[in-house]
Design a binder for this molecule. Sequence first.
Ligand SMILES: Nc1ncnc2c1ncn2[C@@H]1O[C@H](COP(=O)(O)OP(=O)(O)OP(=O)(O)O)[C@@H](O)[C@H]1O
Ligand SMILES: [Mg+2]
Length: 459
Amino acid sequence: MDQLRTLLVLDDSKIFLEDFESLMKNFFTVLTAMTDKEAFEILSHKKVDVMLLDLMLGDGQSGLNVLKQVKDEMPDFPVIMLTSHASVESAVESMRLGAYHYIPKSPKIEELKTLVEKALAQRELKRDYELLREEVQRVSGRIVGATPSIERVFESIQRVSMTDVTVLITGESGTGKELVAREIHAASKRSQRVFVAVNCASLVKELIESELFGHQKGSFTGATQTKPGKFELADGGTIFLDEIAELDIHLQVKLLRVLQEREIDRVGGASPIPVNVRVIAATNRDLTAMTEQGEFRQDLFYRLNVYPIVLPPLREHKEDIPLLVEHILKRFGKDLNKSEITVDPVALDCMLQYHWPGNVRELENVIQRALLLSAGGVITLEHLPKEIGGGESVVSSGLSLPEVEKNARDSAARLVIYRYLEQTNWNIKESAKLLGIPEKTLYDKCSRLGIKLQKKNSS
Ligand SMILES: Nc1ncnc2c1ncn2[C@@H]1O[C@H](COP(=O)(O)OP(=O)(O)OP(=O)(O)O)[C@@H](O)[C@H]1O
Ligand SMILES: [Mg+2]
């Protein structure tokens, strides 16, 4: 026989509890409690599947208060309310507070069984969904970095994702502008809706207006059908306008209107169509300067620049290179079945000396190439392009030999520490154990090597 589900019933009437237990004991394992204290005691020691909670407890206690406490501590835990006389209002209130359902105090056995199974199935589904979401985020790449400049980016993303404000992301090529835009979308309340990316530079000039705003059938030669534009497609979600600096001046006016009025005009359309989109724009050019020189409309610039996020070039946060390398190895090494690959400290040091004009994208390309070349498990100097691995950068840095050696040691230490921190989900205690050093030493090393420990625990 299947194992019985365990119910915890909280009610202030002893008689009711006894009756309930004798009635249900063949179908459920029944645990009973007469006070909230008793109930929490049981919840902390026993495995309970579902809790049944009386809406009216004695001593003026409301079941709603207990419900709140339970939900605070265990948001996913299913609670079903028991109502004696039809107190529909409190029952509805209880569902708002997170109760799974409510039933009369003398439920039919079958009804209760079904309800319990449904509650448990719903919880499973929710968990699966959350796991799936995490997985999707992990695979699709996330922003990596622990230096203050990247921490600031994380903070900005968090802040703007709670709102609908327009964001302008600037940064050199390959610094992660699109990645940041996608993160903002994913962290926002629009995450279940679409993210539409438009590259303003790659669109054919004659077609861009119709691409963005759509067109009405017959509005120009070739418009054989009415077609919605990207803004309409993004309705409810986020539109990412990449390389915004390249947008034709005539279209800048149109875009300004969309941002002001929140409605679009299809080419040849009769009336404006309201759209509900969050706009994120990006550019690697200096829009302020372009505005001053009259190459970009000032009013549009102000409309876009409501919340600016500036991404630092990689050469300004080189301390993140070991972490990025680790991340990239994990992402691409998996495809190649080379998950155990490591980077030789000297090679890593050359990477730390290099100035990375192509930023993280260049780093990605270099690692991908090195992964292919290094048949063994270690990426060494010879797998790096000459401008990085030729030692040029180390030589031209003008460092003395002891300094070079110290840098190499530090880089290797950073890489190993990062690896274990990541592996243990930033658990200091476990990492220290794996590294074979006391916790205190790990703290000291991290602070010396510029590895930031806080905050990561939760992510
Ligand atoms: N901080 C980061 N952590 C992890 N990966 C990153 C980071 N920054 C960039 N990347 C990766 O680098 C690559 C380039 O990033 P992205 O395409 O977002 O850059 P971009 O700023 O839009 O560049 P471009 O101006 O050339 O379009 C992507 O594969 C992205 O995942
Ligand atoms: Mg880009």
